[in-house]
Design a binder for this molecule. Structure first.
Ligand code: HEC
Length: 163
C-alpha cells in the first residue's frame, strides 16, 4: 500500500486541532447525567443559554463586558443569588420588566424543576446568600415578605451593574 504523503497527514492533524479549538466555546453542563437535575440543566442550555450565564448548565449568554453588553443579555446566575418564586415569576412573566425575555418559555412542572435548579446553584461566585433568598433547609424558597413586583423594582435598580 502506498504511504500517504506527509502533507496530508499534517493537514489531517491541523483539522483535528481546529475542531478541538472550536469546541472550546461550548461549555459542559456541570451536572452528572444520572442526576435528576440533568434534565433542568439541559432545558436551561436549550432555552435560556442565549441570554444568561450559568456555569452549572455550561452557558455563557450574559454580557462579559459592560461595553459590549446587548439588550438581550440577562443576569448572570453565577454572580446572582435567586430563590424559587423569584425565578418562577421571571419565567412566567418574561423577566421582571417583561421587555426582553419571552414569557413561559417553559411551563408547568418543568418550570418548577428548572426554578428549583437555578435557585439552588445560582450565586456560586457571589458569596453568602442574602436574606430572603432561602437556603437548603427550606428548598431555596424565597422567605422575603416582599412581593415579586417589589423584587422587580429592586432588580431594575441593581441590573445596571450586572453583567
Ligand atoms: C431573549 C433573552 C432571554 C432569554 C431566552 C431568557 N432570558 Fe431570562 N432575562 C433576560 C433579561 C434581559 C432579563 C433582565 C431584565 C428583566 O428582568 O426583564 C432576564 C431576567 C431573568 C430573571 C430575573 C433575574 C433577576 O434576579 O432579576 C430570571 C430568573 C430569568 N431571566 C430566568 C430565565 C430562564 C429560566 C430562562 C429560560 C427558560 C430565561 N431566563 C430565558 C433575557 C432572557
Amino acid at each position: 500500500m502506498m504511504r500517504l504523503p506527509k502533507s496530508i497527514t499534517l493537514l489531517a492533524a491541523a483539522v483535528a486541532v481546529s475542531l478541538t479549538l472550536a469546541a472550546c466555546g461550548e461549555q459542559k453542563i456541570e451536572v452528572s447525567k444520572s442526576s435528576p437535575e440533568f434534565a433542568s440543566a439541559e432545558v436551561f442550555k436549550e432555552r435560556c443559554a442565549g441570554c444568561h450565564t450559568f456555569g452549572k448548565a455550561g452557558t455563557r449568554g450574559s454580557a462579559a463586558n459592560i461595553r459590549t453588553r446587548e439588550r438581550t443579555d440577562g443576569p448572570n446566575f453565577d454572580v446572582r443569588h435567586e430563590c424559587v418564586q423569584r425565578v418562577l415569576y421571571a419565567i412566567q412573566n418574561g423577566g421582571f420588566s417583561g421587555a426582553v425575555m419571552p414569557a413561559n418559555i417553559v411551563v408547568g412542572e418543568r418550570a418548577r424543576e428548572l426554578a428549583e435548579f437555578i435557585a439552588k446553584y445560582a450565586g456560586v461566585d457571589a458569596g453568602p446568600r442574602p436574606e430572603g433568598t432561602g437556603d437548603e433547609a427550606n428548598g431555596y424558597q424565597c422567605t422575603s415578605e416582599r412581593s415579586p413586583e417589589a423584587l422587580a423594582e429592586e432588580s431594575e435598580q441593581t441590573d445596571a451593574g450586572d453583567n
